[in-house]
Design a protein around this ligand. Structure first.
Ligand code: NAP
Length: 310
């Protein structure tokens, strides 16, 4: 199948790019693994302009998808395993062995939750360890949970969990939060949330039933360890970019953590190669900034395609 533009990833960056590309009459496909990206599993979004103050990630995702489809953008549920460039033609191969061609690619694959790497984390995933409060909070009604992390995600998810859990211990490795003041104020004033500063998780334990029953933590100042009895551990300690599959293509510029580097036109390396959203090396990762990146990448890729076609 031949396209003008292939967008990889269907989060807000990818779908915003889709809307702009569709409207520029580019034959466009969005390849996706997890529809909606991180946005799709976000409980409530309060800062996306024009949504009336609060909208669920699910709803915003559905609206963006519909807008892409209305602009003739196709969604393809195949994971891309390789990208090659021969002259002006870019060839994309998927896990099913299918090959698609296009003139420009926009990488909008976002980032996945970072793991702590402590004992018990991978063993008890789904048995009390979770990376998604929206998905799993319901299982922890009237139970005790810990939330690990000090960024906006940890703070937001702790607040969300306080609607379900009986008590939340919010554990941050420093004495000041990285997340925004408004969220810090809310967690500090939530009677169900207890904050442990200067504390790192050491080990997650489980009972004979295989379900999580405790979290061993250590105070980094006095080195004292304690075990918190609980049923759930929610981990929100940042993300790692989804760029493993393009690392060896030689088409993308990236930093040593795998985040993509772009110029002012969102070009990410070779001609016709663009990137947008949380996969980029940048300071601010918001839905609105991802959407803006996607729009810019699509407009610039449309200009590029026009130039090489005529
Ligand atoms: P983040 O801002 O990178 O925060 C990650 C947190 O995890 C930091 O507090 C960090 O501690 C901690 N951490 C990292 N590795 C750790 C480890 N091994 N052990 C213990 N703690 C560890 O990530 P995020 O919260 O997912 O947010 C990502 C981006 O999305 C941010 O730009 C954020 O503003 C944005 N976001 C915005 C909203 C919103 O506006 N509504 C909601 C969610 C996310 P240190 O602080 O010590 O580094």
């Amino acid at each position: 199948m031949n396209y003008d533009l292939i967008i990889i990833g269907s989060g807000p960056a990818g779908m915003s790019a889709g809307v702009y590309a569709g409207r520029a009459t580019l034959k466009t496909a969005i390849f996706e693994k997890q529809p909606g990206g991180q946005m799709g599993s976000t409980w409530s979004i309060e800062n996306y302009p024009g949504t009336g103050g609060t909208v669920s990630g699910y709803r915003l995702n559905e609206d963006m998808r519909r807008q892409c489809a209305d602009n003739n953008v196709e969604f393809v549920q195949e994971s891309i395993t390789d990208i090659k460039k021969n002259g002006e033609t870019i060839e994309v191969t998927t896990e099913l062995g299918n090959t698609y061609t296009c003139y420009a690619v926009i990488l909008a694959t976002g980032a996945d939750p970072r793991k702590l790497g402590i004992p018990g984390e991978s063993e008890y995933r789904g048995l009390g360890v979770s990376y998604c409060a929206t998905c799993d909070a319901n299982f922890f009604k009237d139970l005790r949970v810990a939330v690990i992390g000090g960024g906006d995600t940890a703070l937001e998810e702790a607040l969300y969990l306080s609607k379900f859990a009986s008590e939340i211990t919010l554990i941050h490795r420093r004495d000041t939060f990285r997340g925004s003041k408004i969220l810090v104020n809310r967690v500090e004033n939530d009677p169900k949330i207890k904050i442990l500063y200067d504390t790192v998780p050491v080990k997650i334990t489980a009972g004979s039933d295989g379900l999580v029953n405790g979290l061993v933590v250590k105070n980094v100042k006095d080195e004292q360890e304690q075990t918190i009895p609980l049923e759930g551990v929610f981990i929100f300690v940042g993300h790692v970019p989804n760029t493993g599959f393009i690392k060896n293509t030689g088409l993308f510029d990236m930093d040593d953590q795998g985040y993509i580097l772009v110029n002012s036109e969102m070009n990410a390396g070779k001609p016709g190669i663009y990137a947008a959203g949380d996969v980029l090396q940048k300071e601010i990762r918001q839905i609105v900034t991802a959407a803006a990146d996607g729009a810019e990448a699509a407009i610039n890729s449309a200009h590029y395609i026009e130039e090489i076609e005529y």
